[in-house]
Design a protein around this ligand. Sequence first.
Ligand code: ARG
Length: 566
Amino acid sequence: MIDFKEKIGEIINQNVEQISKEEVLELLEIPPSYDMGDYAMPCFKMAKIFRKSPNLIAEDIVNMIGENKYFEKIENKGAYVNFFVNKELFSETVLKEVYEKENKYGATNVGKNRNVIVEFSSPNIAKPFHIGHIRSTVIGHSIYKIYDFLGFNTIAINHLGDYGTQFGKLIVAYKAWGDRKVIESNPIPELLKLYIKFHEEVEKKPELDDKAREWFLKLEGEDPEAKELWQWIRDVSLKEFNRVYEMLNIKFDSLAGESFYSDKMPRVIDIMNEKGILEDSQGARIVDLESYGMPPALVQKRDGSTLYITRDVAAALYRKETYDFYKNIYVVGSQQILHFQQWMKMVELMGFDWAKDCVHVPFGMVSLEEGTMSTRKGRVVFLEDVLNKAVDKTREIIEQKNPNLENKEEVAKQIGIGAIVFQELSNSRIKDYTFSWDKTLAFEGETGPYVQYTHARANSILKKANVDVTDDIDYSLLLNEEAVNVVRLLHDFKQVVIDAMEKYEPAIITRHIVDIAQAFNRFYHDCPILVDDENVKKARLLLVKSTRDVLKTGLSLISVEAPEKM
Ligand code: ARG
């Protein structure tokens, strides 16, 4: 398979021996538009070697290279040497590779089986799995899939918020006002009600707070009643969350949440003591982080109970020992940036050089159209409702437009849920956004259903053609601009996946598959596929199949299903 970048390196090195192939590869750029070439080499850095102006160097290089079969044109513009690939060879190279690898096209083995942990979702037990959690869940799941695709050995962890003082509050509230049957019939909203009631009552009776603290200490001390209640609350909550995970096709390798680390604290405290980083502050224990520009981290309260941040330190130690990770990724909102900086610094101060392999991948906040969501006030949008509404709406559209579709229910789920996930992954993760039902349920434009539809369309063309598509075609028949544009985007897909992995940014893939779908639809519009000329038909069909396969791979990397028909 021809690597055109490598070729440029070889050609230049053969003709201009002062420049090594590696140097060329370092220098090569992708010009901002194709009429400036497919690759460009800037010559500014060579001025010293050749004692000439960069423009003259570029001109000399072009003259020295002369004609070359891999490039239809090599020209200099200012200080740049621009390379235009031989389109026929280019299409042949790209389409042969897609044909051979099918849904593995783009699965470059950069991971080499190294272990990567992706922690995502991590909702809090007894609290709603609300629209804010969709971000961690969906972004994290996609990052997990991208790493997996690129040959890493990936471990998906759900660091459940199943521990902490709020359980003391819940137990107090349950004992005072709760009813087991009522809760079991509708767990999260009922538990939420109890939680809200606690906060209302505590305004009048502050002693409730002391009681809650007591119950949490009991839980830490393995008191049987506290433990039983906690376990029950955790079980009913998880059952709820699992429904959503099932809808989204998500499976975790580990559900080790905060409670899992409750007995692993003494060791953390010991190591911190050994390293002399722990200080006493009115009976509580803190780590002073002032010299790193951060406020002190409270790791143990006066009553001996530990905190969220301490559990994160313990979890990181445990993960290193259990999984010997190459990278330990946390997909958690940007409100927690300081939290992650603090505990990662503490791990470093504890003497663990792998602290640098822990990565916080933050994302922006979601607000509701008017006002903000807050568990205490109870104004929340449940993720499950969002998904269900999207499926309902899709079902209606299918009934109107395509009532005879097979597997209607299945397809409605794939499209409705896919639309939500796709939209979530369309924008850079760090951007804040406002949730609105209307926007969420608008399926027009550059949306998931659009890409899914393009995939299904390609699929139905192939079905209709009813011939074996092969890569043994006349590639000179794919030289028109519409076809070449599609091929270029298919070619770029490989690098796009790697970029998305390195930047922890699924949106890079989402946007690229929208580009592919648009380019394909232009091609399809201008170039009828099932024509009489057998050679033209064969050539175009290969492009259709390649597009279908890459779209499917792209969708699967952002965890959106690709229905065959819709
Ligand atoms: N449960 C937390 C929350 O909902 C998120 C946990 C993030 N992960 C972590 N290792 N701290 O805010």
